[in-house]
Design a protein around this ligand. Structure first.
Ligand code: ADP
Ligand code: MG
Length: 294
């Protein structure tokens, strides 16, 4: 494309809330064949509702457990963390971030922190092995309706469980349809459980061509690598956990407002508005710019 066409395309994209970091990316954007999306905070709003929060340890009160969990979650930038912190405050439990020691984030698994002398691990099924818990007690967890489940370990013992529900962003179905009309294959890659992945897909009227759940950040990057064999691939993500996949894709698009600083640095394109309909729009703009000859 010509410098003028390029300039116009970049300006047009920016006006609609899409920051394209370099003019070089327009060419790749115009050729995209596959677009993969993260789920939590990208396809879904990442604004959860706490459906249940339960203590499974008879010596630990619900409020104490909530105090520990919300304090450790105060350290995390994951969308689930803000939900738990707000939930605690809503029932007058005040999280104390300054009481948390040795905080650690295990991308795609969960988090760890020490508080009041207790080792607290919070995350999905995978976090059990971080807590060195080999005998996972059978507990009833309601994942129906696609809920995101959090397991809480105090030391090596499963001490609590919570589940959260999230909703898809508006405009997602339309965005998927527009991508399809552009001849682009769509996929969802998520670290959340398989039920939550399938539920989101159902909510979208099965609009996505491919859905994968229970992925680690490096699994997402590996799948992007596979997609790249089929054609130029874009990845849209929000969290710290998506950085490897965003970097592996031909075009990494990070969600601007709720995205972590790391994802923002990794992406080639920043989606300021969080409206994923801007993505097919930007591809159209890029394709038009490539065709223009002055
Ligand atoms: P997604 O791909 O849907 O954005 P992530 O890779 O960010 O999901 O996270 C995968 C899973 O790891 C979450 O569904 C959750 O079970 C667990 N997890 C990650 N961070 C946290 C946290 N701060 N607290 C509890 N669980 C977490
Ligand atoms: Mg995410």
């Amino acid at each position: 494309s010509t410098p003028v066409a390029t300039f116009c395309a970049l300006t047009k994209a920016a006006t609609s809330g899409l920051l394209i970091k370099s003019a070089d990316y327009l060419d790749t954007l115009s050729k995209i064949k596959i677009t993969a999306f993260d789920k939590t905070g990208t396809i879904t709003r990442g604004e959860f509702i706490v459906v249940e929060f339960r203590s499974l340890h008879r010596d630990i009160s619900l409020r104490t457990l909530l105090y520990w969990v919300s304090s450790v979650e105060s350290k995390s930038s994951h969308p689930m963390a803000a939900t738990i912190v707000d939930y605690a405050k809503s029932v007058d439990v005040e999280p104390r971030i300054e009481e948390v020691e040795d905080y650690q984030n295990f991308p795609g698994e969960g988090i760890y922190g020490k508080i009041d002398g207790n080792d607290i691990y919070i995350g999905n099924k995978r976090i059990a092995s971080r807590a060195r818990c080999s005998t996972v007690p059978e507990i009833e967890v309601d994942t129906k309706g696609g809920k995101t489940v959090g397991y809480i370990y105090v030391g090596e013992r499963l001490a609590g469980v919570f589940n959260l529900s999230d909703a898809c962003r508006s405009g997602v179905i339309q965005a998927m349809k527009e991508l399809k009309d552009l001849g682009i294959k769509t996929a969802m890659l998520t670290g959340d459980n398989q039920d939550a992945a399938m539920h989101a897909q159902e909510q979208l009227g099965n609009a996505l061509d491919v859905v994968h759940g229970e992925l680690l950040p490096e699994d997402k990057a590996r799948i992007i690598q596979e997609f790249k064999k089929e054609g130029p691939t874009a990845m849209v993500g929000d969290g710290v956990n998506d950085a490897p996949a965003l970097a592996t894709a031909d075009i990494g698009i990070s969600m601007g407002i709720s995205g972590s600083a790391l994802a923002t640095q990794t992406g080639h394109i920043i989606l300021m508005s969080n409206d994923i309909r801007r993505i097919p729009q930007a591809i159209k703009i890029a394709r038009r710019a490539q065709r223009k000859v002055v």
